[in-house]
Write a protein that binds this ligand. Structure first.
Ligand SMILES: [Zn+2]
Length: 158
């Protein structure tokens, strides 16, 4: 999803194509809540560019540049911060809970995750889908439906 936002199509002047933004919004939703600040086309443009730069730097394994771009972005989306925990046999376990409030803040957290765990993206292997997913050794499709579709296709081809 992050990669798809980064790769939104632009015209020769570098402006985002509206149809490309609509395609993404139809698929995943708006970046912000209804009436939210981050739904303007200029916000789409900024987030698309920043993700393009960060992913580009990650791709060539230039961690320092990627982190600088990410950390110095002037308007990172809002998250909700809380505390979760329980008391178990007199032991207190508390940790920070960070919850995304909007699609763009969820994506912002996904990018954070790429830095902290070295997560890589791959596209869903169902040829009709190719949605971007987090790379895992035991998973090559985005959903059960795609896993079954791929299985059926492979069976037909065999
Ligand atoms: Zn899929």
């Amino acid at each position: 999803m992050v990669k798809e936002l980064a790769e939104l199509k632009r015209n020769d002047d570098g402006e985002l194509l509206e149809e490309s933004v609509l395609w993404f919004a139809n698929r995943y939703g708006c970046l912000d809540q209804v009436g939210g600040y981050h739904n303007s086309l200029s916000s789409w443009d900024r987030f698309s560019r920043i993700f393009q730069q960060v992913l580009g730097a990650l791709e060539v394994e230039d961690m320092k540049t990627a982190m600088d771009i990410y950390n110095n972005f002037p308007e990172p989306p809002e998250v909700s911060i809380g505390i979760v925990g329980n008391d178990f046999h007199g032991q207190h376990h508390r940790s920070i809970r960070i919850q995304p409030k909007t699609l763009i803040s969820a994506m912002w957290l996904m990018v954070t995750d790429m830095f902290t765990n070295g997560v890589h993206l791959q596209s869903c292997e169902n040829p009709g889908c190719q949605r971007w997913i987090v790379e895992r050794s035991n998973k090559n499709t985005c959903s059960d439906a795609c896993r079954q579709a791929l299985y059926r296709k492979r069976k037909q081809g065999a």
